[in-house]
Design a protein around this ligand. Structure first.
Ligand code: AMP
Ligand code: MG
Length: 408
């Protein structure tokens, strides 16, 4: 058996770089990771403009204005946002101006409409503005040439807005890895079909495809195939063209029909190992095909497959996306109930995490911990880690807990 961390290291020594960048339209790039420095081609704002609806004035004209002694000025222009005309005022005049409209030449302040009678031909101004009042200067957000986003940033709403504000239509990003999921097992039946004796519905392909999407990959569920060696190998080879990562489930333990192990062992590029963990001891990882596509052969037990994904596949997807591979976030918690764990294996026990008013987390292990007992997964949001050498933990003991991703 090899330790969990050794298996992760092996995977990351093979999956050692992000996917080659591609150019995507902004909205298609949402959630991907930037692969370039994005700079502003022009200053932002590109021109001096008004921060308010009001009147562009020369401050010295209105320096004495009060509500008791207002100043009246003729309005010589009306400048709307988007107006591309060239305007200027001279002392003794003003221009009506809207928020975002270009400031006319000669003006050095904007009087908000609230300080006036709102006149159209002539305006009464009741209050003196300070020099440069309500003016947004060209370049005061971003100077031309400034880098606004650096490589490695995940593109969310704010980042896409920034890219659009500097005029980008497309952007260079690492594509989302295409993760193809295939279940194996002669006992599997498609959901929606009747079960005969000895059959179960294939759930792993759903869990794993969704888990891949949750970590930012493009999950593609191929479905399942039986335990026929030639068919398994042919299917895997066919799927290579659309996969950056292949995931199989089932057929990797010591049984007579453990087909994945049987056919992939022959290739010599996939290693089958026992990892010192529970659930999920039988693991396989390697590469397949001309492009040396990484393949994860996960155990078939549904909980084992899910936990294996979170520990081993997730960091590989993150690296391909251009992110630092990270383990699931960890918190310290107190166990609400005692637990047991096999000697020599790191256990990952499904649990529900709650945050107490006392500032501590509590981890309540679910009662059905069998690796075939999938039902508890839906109520699980954390995995309690029980170290290799520990076989029992009492209620109230402090433990490290991995937080599982939850869809908001
Ligand atoms: P295996 O790893 O193929 O020996 O499978 C271990 C256990 O997991 C068996 O009880 C299988 O029936 C079950 N199993 C395998 N694949 C799936 C799947 N895709 N969905 C649900 N259960 C599965
Ligand atoms: Mg099987």
């Amino acid at each position: 058996m090899i330790p969990v961390d050794r298996h992760i290291e092996r995977i990351l020594s093979v999956v050692d770089a992000p996917l080659e960048p591609i150019e995507l339209a902004l909205m298609e790039a949402q959630g991907t990771v930037l692969a370039e420095e994005a700079a502003a081609p022009v200053s932002l704002p590109p021109f001096d403009n008004s921060a308010m609806d009001g009147y562009a004035v020369v401050t010295s004209d209105v320096a004495t204005a009060t509500s008791d002694a207002p100043v009246s000025l003729p309005v010589v222009a009306d400048i709307a946002a988007g107006d591309t005309g060239a305007y200027a005022i001279r002392p003794g005049m003003c221009a009506r101006i809207m928020t975002g409209a270009p400031l006319p030449g000669g003006a050095d302040a904007v009087v908000p409409v609230e300080w006036t009678d709102g006149g159209v031909a002539k305006v009464r101004i009741d209050r003196a503005p300070k020099l440069h009042n309500a003016i947004r200067r060209a370049g005061e957000d971003v100077a031309a040439g400034t880098v606004v986003l650096r490589p490695g940033r995940t593109l969310g709403a704010g980042e896409l807005g920034v890219l659009a504000s500097v005029g980008r239509r497309t952007v260079r990003v690492h594509p989302r890895p295409r993760v193809v999921v295939l279940s194996t097992g002669a006992e599997l039946v498609d959901v929606g079909k009747q079960l005969a004796t000895g059959q179960i519905w294939d759930s792993n392909s759903y869990t794993l495809t969704a888990a891949a999407s949750e970590v930012g990959a493009l999950g593609y569920r191929h479905g399942f195939i039986g335990d026929e060696p030639a068919l398994v190998l042919d299917t895997l080879e066919d799927l290579l063209v659309r996969a950056d990562i292949l995931i199989t489930s089932g057929g990797v333990s010591m049984g007579a029909h453990d087909v994945v192990k049987e056919v992939l062992s022959r290739l010599g590029t996939v290693d089958f190992t026992k990892v010192a963990m529970q659930p999920g001891m039988p693991q396989g990882f390697g590469v397949i095909g001309e492009d040396r596509t990484p393949i994860f052969t996960l155990p078939g037990n549904p909980v084992s497959a899910y936990v294996s994904f979170q520990l081993f596949v997730r960091p590989a997807i993150q690296r391909m996306r251009g992110l630092d591979p990270r383990a699931l976030p960890t918190v310290n918690a107190r166990l609400t109930h005692p637990v047991r764990s096999p000697q020599g294996k790191r256990s990952f026990l499904r649990a529900t995490l709650t945050y107490g008013g006392d500032g501590e987390y509590r981890a309540a292990p679910v009662t059905r911990q069998g690796s075939h007992q999938l039902s508890a997964l839906a109520e699980t949001d954390a995995l309690v880690i029980v170290p290799e050498e520990v076989t029992e933990l009492a209620a109230g003991v402090g433990v490290k807990v991995l937080r599982l991703p939850r869809t908001p």
